[in-house]
Design a protein. Structure first.
Lengths: 336, 284
């Protein structure tokens, strides 16, 4: 388990991580989301003891990273592609790391097999493609067979096959009971990989909830209705408390309504009662990407505010503010 | 922890790592040795050191021997060489060869920063200073061994070439100390350069700084007037350190050979401690 308590990191007068508290539980893939510059990489570097926080602390299984005697056996990290000497082979890069942990050479061969680079492992890494470099990084992370993995943008530079491979790898490792903490700015990738999400913006926590919850709480829940008698239907919906907005005609079709504050079943019943013909009745859920865009847009708007609790102040999106409220209340206690 | 899950056969880790045993300083030294030997620039730079040092020893002693008693200022020059033949022989090669050691010392640490390897290194050894200690030990020992071999080779080559004019033997007074001292000087110089590289963390700036300290500062301080100028000059790292590979002691010399070497070691120790402190404090 990874735990951050009140982590704060400033570079000059810029606050990269702002009183951030969260827990990453074992046995599931936890996605770490945020726009570029939100502080994801900095947070990971703080957890790994590469940067020193001005305030707060981070622990892995209850201990600071710097107190781990053979850290690579406990924690595997992929920080950036090609953090390797271009003149050194992948084999030797892995070998020197294995030697620092007292790991045998067979572990090097094993992780090279795992990432499918055994044939090219003796070549200098300067000749590798971005995707190959990323695979070496994953081999480094897996070298000590760690229980905790921190992966910063692992799918960067990978081809579709590679993306699928790492997605399955992460899920499998989580199923084995390991802690998987993976950052990304690719929402749709996280939607299919992560069980749980931690979302930050401007270094502050925005949401800490399951992926499903995150999407469901989006305010962008609506129903698309198409009818040749759209005007009358809109009147019926409005009379029952729903909101129906005519949509611009698409594909030559017409009579498309976007209905909020009323579910599809109720719309269908209303239409049947008044014998209005329906051509389409589709409940729509915002994608993770849409939910995320909405949340982080709020975060930029209120980014200067003191706490994530500032979010519910945005009355226009009460539903999306809920995760933020939840997280603020769960993590707020730890921050003292 | 490891299982043989059938879910994703290509990805399943199957080898169980051995039970954790104590990881000692020897493991860290082995890792640093792997780092040093697995990069071509190390090998090339060391090869350059050998070629330059031996080559210039041969060239300078041969040029001197073949122009003995001829040319302007020949008498002064010949007198200086006769008074201190081992200093002349070793100085001819080391004067240039030492620059490659400066470059290598800086590169050993700054290349980790420029390539991002430092983050891998520090993730593996998060206490940081043991990594630096292992690096210093391995690099220092490597340079010491190679430099001692080259120092003896240079001495025997140079003394053979000069033999007809100035016979000098390894058994002569202070000669063995000078030859051994040459290797010691170069090993400490390597650590001196490593410390500067650690403080500056940038290859070009690091190399420029070290070369400036070794080559330019003695010249500049030589221009300073009076006895305090002489004192500053005498206590400069390179000026003090080079005394240990010179057999002769002139009357106006402020430090003895070993005192000078001690001053050089002190400079290096101060920089190393400062570098170790900053390594611990700074974000990687």
């Amino acid at each position: 388990m990874i735990e951050a308590r009140d982590l704060t990191k400033r570079y000059g007068d810029k606050t990269a991580v702002d009183h951030l508290s969260f827990k990453v539980e074992a046995g599931r893939v936890t996605g770490f989301l945020g726009p570029n510059g939100a502080g994801k990489s900095t947070t990971m570097r703080l957890i790994l003891g590469l940067d020193r926080p001005q305030g707060g602390s981070a622990t892995i299984d209850g201990r600071p990273y710097t107190d781990l005697p053979q850290p690579l056996r406990t924690v595997g990290a992929l920080l950036e592609a090609k953090a390797m000497h271009p003149g050194r082979s992948a084999y030797n890069h892995l070998l020197f790391l294995a030697q620092t942990q007292g790991l045998p050479r067979s572990r090097v061969d094993h992780v090279l097999d795992l990432v499918g680079l055994r044939e090219v492992a003796r070549k200098r890494t300067g000749q590798y493609s971005l995707g190959m470099g990323q695979r070496v990084g994953i081999a480094v992370a897996m070298l000590g067979d760690p229980d905790v993995l921190l992966l910063d943008e692992p799918v960067n530079g990978l081809d579709p096959e590679g993306i699928l491979w790492i997605r399955n790898l992460m899920k499998q490792l989580a199923a084995e009971g390991r802690t998987i903490f993976v950052s990304s700015h690719l929402m749709n990738e996280m939607a299919v990989t992560a069980d749980h999400l931690i979302v930050i913006g401007r270094g502050k926590l925005i949401a800490d909830c399951s992926t499903q919850e995150f999407i469901e709480r989006s305010s962008d829940k609506y129903v698309l209705v198409r009818s040749p008698d759209a005007t009358r239907l809109a009147g019926l919906i409005a009379a029952e408390g729903g909101k129906a907005e005519p949509q611009p005609a698409d594909n030559g079709g017409s009579g498309l309504l976007r209905v909020t504050d009323m579910d599809a079943a109720r719309i269908g019943e209303l239409a049947a009662a008044d014998r209005v013909v329906l051509h389409e009745l589709t409940p729509r859920l915002a994608s993770l990407e849409e939910a995320y865009m909405e949340l982080t847009a709020d975060s930029s708007e209120y980014g200067a505010g003191a706490a994530p609790a500032a979010l519910p102040a945005d009355g226009a999106a009460p539903a999306t503010s809920e995760p933020a409220t939840t997280s603020a209340s769960t993590t707020g206690q730890d921050s003292q | 922890m490891t299982t043989t899950s059938p879910a994703a056969p290509a990805a399943a880790p199957t080898a169980v790592p051995p039970a954790a045993h104590h990881v000692g300083f020897g493991h860290l030294m082995l890792a640093e040795w792997t780092k040093i030997r697995s990069v071509r620039s190390t090998v090339w730079t060391l090869l350059l050191f050998v070629v330059l040092t031996v080559g210039f020893t041969a060239l300078f002693t041969w040029l001197t021997a073949s122009n003995w008693t001829s040319g302007t200022n020949a008498a002064t020059r010949d007198a200086t060489i006769t008074a201190n033949p081992v200093g002349f022989i070793l100085g001819a090669g080391i004067g240039l060869g030492q620059l490659t050691i400066c470059v290598l010392g800086v590169l050993v640490i700054t290349s980790e920063y420029s390539t991002g390897v430092i983050r891998s290194s520090l993730l593996a050894v998060p206490k940081r200073q043991p990594m630096l200690a292992a690096k210093g030990a391995v690099f220092g020992l490597l340079i010491l061994v190679i430099a001692e071999i080259i120092a003896f080779a240079s001495f025997f080559l140079g003394s053979a070439i000069l033999h007809s004019h100035v016979p000098v033997a390894i058994s002569d007074q202070n000669v063995l100390r000078s030859v051994l001292g040459a290797g010691l000087y170069l090993a400490v110089l390597g650590l001196f350069a490593l410390s500067v590289g650690l403080l500056i963390r940038h290859t070009a700036a690091g190399i420029t700084t070290v070369i400036g300290i070794v080559l330019v500062l003695p010249i500049l301080s030589g221009l300073l007037p009076g006895s305090w100028g002489a004192h500053i000059n005498a206590y400069l790292p390179e000026q003090a350190g080079s005394l240990v590979y010179s057999a002769h002691r002139t009357s106006d010399q402020l430090l003895s050979a070993w005192q000078g070497f001690g001053v050089f070691c002190l400079w290096t120790a101060v920089l190393l401690v400062a570098g170790a402190y900053l390594l611990q404090r700074r974000d990687a």
